[in-house]
Every structure is written in structure tokens, then in C-alpha cells.
Design a protein around this ligand. Sequence first.
Ligand code: MGD
Ligand code: MGD
Ligand code: SF4
Ligand code: MO
Length: 875
Amino acid sequence: MTGRQDLNQTLTQAATAALTRTTCPYCGVGCGVLAGADGTIKGDPEHPANFGRLCSKGAALGQTIDLEGRLLSPRIKGQDATWDETLDLMADKFSTAIRDHGPDSVAFYISGQLLTEDYYVANKLMKGFIGAANIDTNSRLCMASSVAGHKRAFGSDTVPGTYADLEEADLVVLVGSNLAWCHPVLHQRIVAAKAARPGLKVVNIDPRKTATTALADLHLRIVPDGDVALFNGLLAHLADSGQLDDDYLAKHITGRRPAVTQARLGDPLESGLTEAELAQFYQLWAGSQKVVTVYSQGVNQSQCGTDKVNAILNCHLATGRIGKPGCGPFSVTGQPNAMGGREVGGLSNMLANHLDIENPDHRASVQSFWQSPTICAQPGLKAVDLFQACASGKIKALWVMSTNPAVSLPDADGVAAAIAKVPFVAVSDIMARTDTGDLADVLLPATGWGEKDGTVTNSERRISRQRAFLAAPGAARPDWKIICDLAARMGWGAAFDYASPAEVFAEYVALSAATADFGRDLDLSIFADVDYANLLPTQWPQNSKRFFADGGFFHPNGKGRMLPITAPVPIRRAGFNLNTGRNRDQWHTMTRSGKAPRLGAHLAEPYVEIHPQDAQALSLSEGDLLALDNRFGGAILRALITDRSAPGQLFAPMHWTRQQSTGGCINALTAPVVDPVSGQPASKRIPVAAKRFDAAWFGFAAARAPIRPMGAYSAVARSLTGWQGEFAGAEPPDNWQALAQDLLGLAACEVTEMQDPNQGQTRLAFYQDGTLVGLFFASPAPVSLARAFAISLIGTQTPPLAALAGRSGADQPDPGTTVCACLNVGINTLRAAIAAGAATVETLGLATCAGTSCGSCKPELASLITQHSIPMAAE
Ligand SMILES: Nc1nc2c(c(=O)[nH]1)N[C@H]1C(S)=C(S)[C@@H](COP(=O)(O)OP(=O)(O)OC[C@H]3O[C@@H](n4cnc5c(=O)[nH]c(N)nc54)[C@H](O)[C@@H]3O)O[C@H]1N2
Ligand SMILES: Nc1nc2c(c(=O)[nH]1)N[C@H]1C(S)=C(S)[C@@H](COP(=O)(O)OP(=O)(O)OC[C@H]3O[C@@H](n4cnc5c(=O)[nH]c(N)nc54)[C@H](O)[C@@H]3O)O[C@H]1N2
Ligand code: SF4
Ligand SMILES: [Mo]
């Protein structure tokens, strides 16, 4: 660990020895974690989300809390500055823009990774004091369609489900969700429930086979956006076969007739499924009293995302399968505080505490509670429009907090250019270098996970505490504090004079009490006078209360609404469709998870899955690179030839940025096309052209010091001994040694070079004082090499001949690419154990220990056993 150890010497022995009860900062499952300043991380056995379990990302948190790469001081134009200088400058820029161009000329773009307290004050500052609503969040890219769908059906953004419902259900339908990789602990809860009660059936609806598919009794490989046709078909079937709940419908629901009529007009075969598959699904659904439909980005991130949500909700409303144990639609949230951000009103079309901007009574009530000089009168710009307003010069001052839009928004290169055009840009982050931070005038160092205090709300409306167990490093401040410090300089100190996040939370709870007369779902009375320091994970409105089992919807008439939904016209066009999503062991733009070598070891390179037929048509072999492009931009990715997606369908992860790669940033290709209702970008359906990248050479490097991404194709990652990198170029360099030294940042060192003229291979070993500090292998074909072995030599005194052999001796078998990240078990070790007779995940675990810690790799162990090839970009 860099720096942190020195810092911690100042902490008392007792403080470092004790474990702090906190919450994981990654996904919306919201697992309880016991954490120590020495990097100890354990699952909290008492947390009701995980009961002690953690996934690979949670388990590796201890590897991400070092200070390497951290932003430790405010910076103005790249120079360290004091907080006073920085905040004065910011206040001046924001106040001047507001004075000269009006409150709509400034914007905040924030994040579902902020804590509720940070989110609450950011929203209060923009909507109540600046007086505009140009505050949007990355939840626009994530949950907006669910929010809009809930509001249309329920009259409020209410998630009625609980995790226990998944265990109690007869049927769990996973739509557009790779739960095994993205909500692993929730997935494991279903796995355990299914093992205990094999009658529990699982259906997976996804155009692609994923790790989640392994659990499913039925995989429905629909065409992209085939969801509406499918759920409309289901509704029509349920209606036609007399399976609707007439009593529930009569008492609690409006819109039955038009919804059913519209559903009957659709053609379920447009889902891309066969009659037999449809019949099987309908029968399972109709025959299961307890059905939970879990849905995620395959639903939300679509041009018809909100309609998909309502097509699903229609089926649950029509059958009364909602709000009862084991029943309900369940939109699982992505980020740790996606739900909390929605609660405080962090989106540009919400006010605060689930109140509406458009409602004058709501506005007046919030303004009077805040005693604010103004209140926004209309919704602000949604994320994609907000960055277009940056490009057009309308936004004069922009503040980005805890998100990386230059990577994660569609048309990422266009967004980067738009940010660069804004006259004044401030970025709050924990890291010194991000693709967005690189474009900022001012960088504000925030305290990160483990250093900050506050609350988060998980997918099942459970509010848990994040607690600090590390001192704030350098000059870093908590986000809520930075926001309040700026508000004070803009003249609103009294309204932002909080001594602690506990005071912010208390105000948030008090606002919900003050606006209780509006009868919204968000009732936080259970948190009034709560002991914040010792707050236990608690669901609102009451731990056991259920929404909607007996009606009680939030439309003015108290009823829920079914909506007539029309399936989109199927698009048939030439060329490839690029689908995007996530990897098991990386988190978004990798600023944190990318620091953990054992996480990087799972999939160390940006890759694209392509069907064997398409690969053949493009003359692609395993290990080749594929160049994608369209009118927005281009990407170069390692081809992973697999039948997981259908021909014509490609899949690439969203994680790689310009910091770790050239050519890996996938959103360079995404069109800024959004769902018209929610404004959520359609990140899963990108038309691209694809062709083989004609590389003159491929390279692999391992080094002790950071490796720089450069050239036509490169991808760098942390390794167990330092760094590793993959490269390719269209032209061979004049001088391999100079190129390698440049890539590896090595000036003074001894070099050994080996040439294999027959195969055109070049191998270089770099030494400093007899220690191997860098290895570089280049070849005209994809480099075939035991990478884990090469990496293991860095930092040792291995002589050049052995180091450049490129494979291990018989006494040191090469473990191969990591599959089990927790216990560092490689693919070769697993294959050997399988060859020796390990025929189940359990016996493989006994033989190799793989899968016996967090269990996130179990689906891959199973697929290795069933002879499926494993998704390794580079083995
Ligand atoms: N490991 C890991 N876990 C994470 C995250 C992470 O970065 N890494 N991020 C978190 C966040 S913020 C989020 S939002 C969640 C996202 O969690 P998920 O939504 O589960 O993840 P994705 O991989 O984005 O997309 C899920 C699936 O949607 C499918 N899909 C694409 N198009 C369609 C379609 O038209 N219909 C259907 N039915 N499916 C389709 C894709 O093939 C993909 O398998 O994960 C959270 N958890
Ligand atoms: N193509 C494609 N694009 C997508 C998606 C997809 O599926 N496909 N998914 C979308 C979704 S669902 C999401 S949620 C987004 C996520 O996209 P982003 O939000 O852009 O991704 P992150 O890497 O999580 O960015 C968080 C940033 O906050 C910083 N940070 C961490 N902790 C703190 C803190 O405590 N305070 C501050 N101030 N900063 C902190 C991190 O270093 C990092 O730079 O991506 C979206 N983009
Ligand atoms: S499932 Fe994994 S990433 Fe999600 S909260 Fe739990 S430990 Fe963290
Ligand atoms: Mo997300």
C-alpha cells in the first residue's frame, strides 16, 4: 500500500485493530461489510442483504483503498491549490454565470455513487438556491426508464420488492439482467434457494447467453428489444386464458381494456422466439402463483425502455402478482445509492423526496421547508441533452461529481469535446487522472469509500450506513462538505451549515415529515430521532410493510395503471449490432476495481464477443483484433469467438477508458439516442461496421512500473507484480528496443534482446541492478505466451535466457489466466483438475479451492466443466 500505511501510523492501535461495520460501495445489492484500516474485509453476517456473503469485487475492496493515483489536493489548471483559492474561484465562476446568463447556464452532473447526504445537499443547492433544475445524474443512464415506468403505473417511483421475495418465489424471471456478474450476492441467494427447493424455476430473457443463463431452466434468446412483443404476448395469453385477477383489477387498477387490446394486436413472434418457446414461458408464468420479474439494463437502456418496463408491470398488475411475498416486478438498482439518489430527487425532472417539480403545492412546500430564495419551476436538462447544451455553448459552468461522463455517456468522444468547450469545469473525484478529470479546470479531491460517512439505499429500499474506517488522506473532503463550502461562498451559508452528515440526514427525514400530507410513498418516519451513529440497515417505510398488495397506488385516484404498449417495429438492417454491458470483476470505468490485480486478472483486456460464423466471414482467428466503427467513432478490441450471442450480434464491456487503453472506450461508438419518455440512452443496441484489424505486430509486456497505453491498440492493467500490457500496431517499428523502453517508461537499464527470425519474434528483457523490471514480447501473430508466468518473473533475478523462454519449466506449471479471483486459481490449474476427474463445481473446489470463497466464479467453473470455453481474451 502506498502512503496509507504512513497515514495510518497516526491512528491508534485500537482503532486500526477494530473492524468497522459499513456497506459495499459497488452494486445496488448493498452488502454489509466489516472493514479494517489494515485492509481486512469480511462480509457482515448480520446484514440482511448478504448475511456474510461477498462477491469478488466486495472481497477485493482491501486492494483498492491504497493511495496510489489518488487526488490529494485541490488543483487549478493542473497546479495544486488551497481549498480557499479553489472554492473562491468556483463560487466566482458559478455566480458570474448565473448573474450574466441566468440560473439555467450552470449545471451539475452527479452520481448514484454519492451518498444520500451528498446527493441531498447538491439537489438542494441547485433546485432551491441556484433556482434551476440542471442537475442530472448517471442514474439517467441506469434507472431512468424504471423510474418513468413506475411513475406511469404506480403514480410514484416505488420499488415494491424485497430480496426475500426472490427466495420465496415459484418463478424468477430475469429480464435483461446478468445477475450472476452484476448482483452476484443476490444471484447466490437465488442459487441457494433453488438448491433447497428445486421447484423454484428460473427463466432468463437475454439475447445473449451469460453466466446467469447457467442457472436458468429456460433461456429465451430474444432479438434485441424483443421484450415488449414477449410481455405483450404474455398479457394477451393471460387474458385469453382467463388468468387475470378480476377482483384485484376491479378494485385497484385502471386501463385494463386498452392495455389488453393493444397487447392482442401485437405479434409475439417478433420477440424472435418460437411458438414452442413462447408457450413454455406462458405456461410457466400462468402456472406459478408467485412470480418475481427482475429486470435491469437490458430493459432500461433501450429506446423503448419505459415501454418495456410497463409491459412487464402490466402483467404483474393484471394478475395481482405484486406486493405479496414471493411476487412482484423488481427493478434491481445498479449503483450502491441509485435508489437513495432517486429518493432525494437527484434527477433533473424530480424535486426532492419523491415530490414533483410540476406540482406548485409540492414546490411551495419544499421551498418553505428549505427557506430558500427560489425554487426551480420546471424540469432541467437530462444527461444527454445536458452535454449537448455544453457543446452548444449554453452551459457556462459545469460541476461533475463522482462520475466519468467522458467514458460512460453515449458518443463519449463528442461528450469529451463538449466538456472541453464549457468555459469552466470542476470535477470532484477521488482519483487524480480520469478521462473526465483530464478535461477539468478545477479538480476537487473527495474522500472515498472507507473515509466518508453517510447512508445508501439498496435495491430493496434498505438504508444502511457507510462508515469511515480510514482517515481522510491529504486535503480530501467529503462530497457533502465540498458542496456546502461552495454554497456558503455563493452566499447561502446559513442553509448549508451542517456539522455532520447526521445533520443532513435528519433534515432529509424532516422534509419527508413536513411534506407527509401529500401522501407520497416515501415515508421516512421510521428514521425520525434515529441514532445515526448506530443506525441498523432499515427498510422504508417500515421494515415489513409491503406496497400495493391491497392497492394503495399513488395516482390521485389511488389506483394503479395498466398502459397500452406497442412493440417497436423490428429493425432489420445490414451490419452488426453492438450490445454492451459488464464484466464480473470490474466496476464501470475501473478507477477503483482496476487497482486490484486479482480483479484485473479475470479479463485483462477490452474484448468483443463475436459469433464463429461472423468470425469466419471476417477471416478472424482467436486472438485477432476486431476494428469497429460507425459515424460516432471507432474501437479496436480483442475478438472473443463464441456462440454466446447470435450471428450479427456483438457484445463488448463498457469498462475500458482512455487511461488504460487506446481503442477500448466502447461509448465512442454509442449514438446519443434516448428513450423518449425517460431520456435514458439506448446503450445496448449500437449499429457498427466490423472488420479485422490488420496488425503488423502484436505485443505483450509485463513490468514493475506503470505501462503507458499508446499506439493503434493497447490495453494496460495492474498485475500481481506491477503492470501488464497488450499492444498491436499497423506498422512495425524501426527499433523494438526504443519502442519497448518508451512503453515501459524505462530509461536506464540493461537490455537483453532475442530475435527469432523464422517466426519474426522479438523478445526483450530489462534489468535494473540485476532485477528483472520489464519483459516485452512482439510477434507478427497474436502473442502466444504463458502470461501469468511472465508476470510472476517481474521483480525477480531470473536470468535473461529463462525469462525470455516465454514458458515455465516443468517444476513450475503455468496456472493460466485467473478464473477464481479470490483464491487466484488459473484456468490451466482448473483444466488439469477437471482432466483428473473433478466433475462438479464442488469437487473442483475441493481440488483447487476455486469458488470456495465468494463463489462469483462458480458459473464459469460449471461452464469449464461442461467443456464450454471460458471467456478469456488472452490465455
Ligand atoms: N461486475 C459489475 N457489477 C455491476 C456493475 C459493474 O460495473 N460491474 N455495475 C452496476 C450497475 S451501475 C448496474 S446498472 C448493473 C447492471 O446490471 P445488468 O443490467 O445485469 O448488466 P449489463 O451487463 O449492463 O446488462 C444486462 C444484460 O442485458 C442484456 N440485453 C441487451 N439487450 C437486451 C434486450 O434488448 N433485452 C433483454 N432482455 N436483454 C438485453 C445484455 O446482453 C446483458 O447480458 O450492474 C451493477 N453491478
Ligand atoms: N455502453 C454502455 N455505457 C454505459 C452503460 C452500459 O451498460 N453500456 N451503463 C451505464 C450505467 S448503468 C452507469 S451507472 C454508468 C456508470 O458510469 P460512471 O458513473 O461514469 O462510472 P464510474 O467509473 O463508476 O465513475 C465514478 C467516478 O467517481 C469516482 N469516485 C469514486 N468514489 C467517489 C467519491 O466518493 N466521491 C467522488 N466525488 N468521486 C468518487 C471514481 O473514481 C470515478 O471516476 O455507465 C453507463 N454507461
Ligand atoms: S454483490 Fe458484490 S459488489 Fe454488490 S454489494 Fe455485494 S459485495 Fe458489493
Ligand atoms: Mo448503473
